[in-house]
Design a protein around this ligand. Structure first.
Ligand SMILES: CC(C)(COP(=O)(O)OP(=O)(O)OC[C@H]1O[C@@H](n2cnc3c(N)ncnc32)[C@H](O)[C@@H]1OP(=O)(O)O)[C@@H](O)C(=O)NCCC(=O)NCCS
Length: 129
């Protein structure tokens, strides 16, 4: 599974980073990213996210995630963090065929996205929300 290989690649490039990724219904789901305590606030999380979105763009796959304060983060700040990488509120969450996560990011590589069935549905269109 290429998502496992991508997670492994990130772990090798950024030792200590915990990452849980999977592909679910055509979306790349970032289940969890955790930066070691002592290394937070120094741009490591940003570099890891850039690595992930670059891989998603190459494959033309939309990313989804559910920001949570379960791991000690401030929720508003965390949502702002993900918005920096192009994540938006998933207003289709709960609709049939849409991803069930609360934030979504449309791939920037539109030609690859056109080949991905999940991205031809309304749930992958850019939102102004
Ligand atoms: C959120 C996290 C991945 C960010 O990684 P990082 O290396 O600290 O981030 P960077 O240094 O690249 O960027 C800093 C930005 O991270 C976000 N951030 C950092 N600490 C945060 C915290 N405690 N709560 C929410 N967001 C935080 C902010 O957007 C911050 O920017 P700001 O200072 O302008 O508000 C990291 O702090 C972490 O592992 N947190 C605990 C685990 C967690 O909650 N993961 C997300 C679960 S969905």
């Amino acid at each position: 599974m290429w998502a496992d290989a991508l997670a492994e690649e990130v772990r090798a490039a950024y030792p200590g980073v915990h990452l849980s990724l999977s592909v679910s219904r055509g979306y790349l789901l970032l289940f969890l990213i955790t930066i070691p305590n002592a290394e937070r606030g120094n741009g490591l999380g940003t570099r890891v996210m850039q690595h992930l979105i670059s891989a998603a763009d190459q494959r033309g796959i939309a990313m989804t995630l559910n920001p949570t304060d379960n791991f000690g983060a401030d929720l508003d700040r965390l949502q702002d963090f993900y918005r920096r990488f192009g994540f938006i509120t998933n207003k289709w969450c709960g609709e049939i065929g849409a991803s069930g996560e609360s934030m979504i990011r449309v791939p920037r590589n539109s030609s690859a996205a056109a080949d991905n069935p999940a991205c031809s549905s309304s749930c992958c269109q850019e939102s102004t929300v």
